[in-house]
Design a protein around this ligand. Structure first.
Ligand SMILES: CC(C)(COP(=O)(O)OP(=O)(O)OC[C@H]1O[C@@H](n2cnc3c(N)ncnc32)[C@H](O)[C@@H]1OP(=O)(O)O)[C@@H](O)C(=O)NCCC(=O)NCCS
Length: 142
């Protein structure tokens, strides 16, 4: 299967928050970078990193549900950090749903710190009513 189609499939399964259009633009644009984790020829996870004037932003990270909890997310995050360092970014920034404990644990373990919170930033998950806060996190790069 074509790489682009695989990327869309992994995103649809992992629900990591990137739209198909955002992924296509990233593939076409030198200002953003997609790192992938492959098992043989099958894509199992990806991370999307975008270049900002001084910093870089982790815009999405997702692993196929059946392959979560096996270290792939950690590996992808390390690669995303390496990309940001290559760009000489000062920090790698991200936003995450305040209730996404799994992702927050992954980011904390990698050294990310919490910078703040955006109240009611996301629509509630799983079609529930109300809004969910966004946690703002960053990793200082040297
Ligand atoms: C968040 C995500 C990318 C993590 O990827 P992963 O491959 O499952 O993560 P890893 O196996 O590398 O685990 C890294 C750390 O995450 C945490 N973690 C992983 N699985 C977990 C679980 N079942 N319960 C709680 N924490 C868990 C742990 O801190 C773990 O470190 P440890 O194994 O040393 O304790 C993945 O769960 C995912 O795709 N989630 C859906 C999309 C999403 O929420 N993306 C982030 C928002 S953009």
């Amino acid at each position: 299967m074509e790489h682009r189609a695989q990327l869309h499939d992994v995103e649809a399964a992992a629900h990591s928050g990137a739209s198909p259009q955002q992924l296509d633009e990233a593939l076409a644009d030198g200002q953003a970078w997609v790192v992938g984790d492959w098992q043989e020829a099958a894509l199992e996870g990806y991370a999307l990193v975008a270049k900002l004037p001084f910093d870089a932003e982790l815009q999405a990270i997702g692993v196929l549900p059946a392959r979560q909890g096996q270290g792939i997310g950690q590996r992808l995050l390390n690669e995303a950090v390496a990309v940001a360092k290559r760009w000489q970014a000062e920090r790698l920034l991200l936003e995450v749903r305040a209730g996404n404990q799994r992702a927050i644990a992954l980011y904390r373990q990698a050294g990310f710190e919490e910078d703040g919170c955006r109240k009611g930033y996301y629509p509630a998950a799983n079609g529930a009513t109300g809004r969910e806060d966004a946690l703002l996190m960053s990793l200082k790069l040297d």
